[in-house]
Design a protein around this ligand. Structure first.
Ligand code: DOR
Ligand code: ZN
Ligand code: ZN
Length: 449
């Protein structure tokens, strides 16, 4: 077989330790990175393909380990009005995200071998970026869910409190077997950690209120109780546990303490919890309704501190598209969730440029750590032998988030108008250009497992 063609990238800059950028050159052979080194380390032949990166930053493609692309692979027009694998993964690529991990709360939920296969086959046909699929925990599948991991699920997601969709593990004693199974079968158990009992009690207090504050209907203690309950099981089984969307200072404290004891617990923060506070509810109402809700400035500050000291392992979006029409219903009818795939990279890079965090931390939490936690061995770093998923980023141009250019089918953003730097200009997926200056090429996405 002919050797795959090599092409060369010159005049790029990569994140060095902390916040420095160092000039680099790369070469790509076929789908993988062949070489990364200082300027002058490559020796292309005169007729070689060379891409001049014009001093832009090059990053490993971001891995968003928490997205809801809504698409089960079965036809469901309500869900498809919001997003599908095609539009959601186009949004990912345009945002510099080359791998997404899709959540199981679709219709039907990804909780049986049949549902899993249907989604996998459909995603393989239509995805623009690489993807992994979560399997869903139910009150009935603790003994069988590991088979979905065997079939290729990246991890199992358990809803300890109800959110969008029907997935929920709330029957007495039903949670523990998932922690045991995760330990026995070696899979990562991802948690939507809000306690259902606590949510029900608080929701009942607002029954008569037409327009309650979502942050009060689902208060911090519901998230904290769930993380506390989970910790008991993690101590007992020492299974790898991934706590989705940390939103409160107290959850962070619990995880910081567990990590000092060497427990295998990982924590995710989502962009809306890092960049917005509950005050937004006063102006944007249901648009910023999501589960868990936005929190106080005190909580937001604790998240940034935890991000910078390594307590938070990953930054994800919880990209959860719903239409504005649905959001414009009354509080009780409006669904929870905000889109985020196209704003993750510029939000995080702008934060690094402003000194709220470092470029190194952004690269760790958006590329390296997600790959390590979910076992994506070909992803997450600029290293020879790994997939050539590369994003070129213009760090200089500042521009506002513009809804008219979004690829997500829901067509809106909670950050509209916000001026950001760090927009991707070109994206390579396994060596092929899939995005350049507003244009997409694909679908070329593959399953990571
Ligand atoms: O806000 C949310 N939206 N939180 C979730 O847990 C689910 C998600 C969705 O699927 O809409
Ligand atoms: Zn969740
Ligand atoms: Zn989610």
């Amino acid at each position: 077989m002919a050797k795959p063609k090599t092409f060369f990238i010159r005049n790029a800059r990569a994140v060095d330790a902390v916040n420095h950028l160092k000039p680099i050159e790369l070469s790509i052979q076929g789908q993988t990175i062949a070489h990364v080194g200082p300027p002058g380390s490559l020796h292309p032949t005169p007729d070689a393909d060379i891409l001049d990166a014009q001093n832009q930053l090059v990053l490993p493609g971001f891995i968003d380990c928490h997205v809801h692309l809504r698409d089960s692979g079965a036809s469901d027009s309500i869900q498809r009005a919001k997003e599908d694998f095609s539009t959601g993964t186009k949004a990912a690529i345009a945002g510099g995200v080359t791998t997404v991990l899709d959540m199981p709360n679709t219709n039907p939920p990804t909780a049986t071998p049949e549902a899993f296969q249907t989604k996998l086959v459909h995603a393989r046909r239509t995805a623009y970026c690489d993807f992994g699929l979560f399997a869903g925990a139910t009150n009935d599948n603790a003994n069988t869910v590991h088979q979905l991991v065997h079939d290729g699920a990246v991890a199992v997601k358990m809803y300890m409190g109800a959110s969008t969709g029907s997935l929920l593990v709330d029957a007495p004693g039903k949670e523990e077997p998932f922690f045991k199974s995760a330990a026995d079968h070696g899979f990562v158990l991802a948690l939507h950690a809000e306690s259902q009992d606590c949510l029900k009690r608080h929701e009942a207090l607002f029954n008569e209120t037409k327009k309650p504050r979502h942050s009060q209907v689902r208060p911090p203690q519901c998230a904290e109780h769930a993380v506390e309950a989970a910790m008991q099981f993690i101590r007992k089984y020492e299974n790898q546990t991934y706590i989705c969307h940390a939103s409160t200072a107290q959850e962070v404290e619990l995880v910081r303490h567990a990590k000092t004891q060497g427990l295998p617990v990982f924590m995710e923060a989502c962009t809306h919890h890092l960049f917005l506070t509950a005050d937004e509810e006063l102006y944007h109402e249901n648009r910023v309704k999501m589960n868990p809700p936005l929190r106080s400035k005190h909580d937001v500050d604790a998240l940034w501190k935890a991000l910078n000291d390594g307590t938070i392992d990953t930054v994800a979006t919880d990209h959860a598209p719903h239409t504005l029409q649905e959001k414009n219903q009354n509080y009780w009818e409006a669904p929870a969730g905000v889109p985020g795939l196209e704003t993750l990279m510029p939000l995080m890079l702008s934060a690094a440029l402003q000194g709220k965090t470092t470029l190194e931390t952004v690269q760790k939490t958006c590329c390296e750590n997600p790959a390590k936690i979910f076992g994506l061995n070909q992803k997450g770093q600029l290293k020879p032998g790994l997939d050539a998923d590369l994003v070129f980023v213009d760090l200089d141009t500042e521009k506002p988030v513009d809804e008219s250019t979004l690829f997500t089918r829901c067509g809106w953003s909670p950050y509209t108008g916000k001026r950001l730097r760090g927009w991707p200009t070109q994206v390579l997926l396994r060596g092929q250009t899939v995005y350049a200056n507003g244009f997409l090429h694909g679908p070329l996405g593959r399953s990571v497992k």
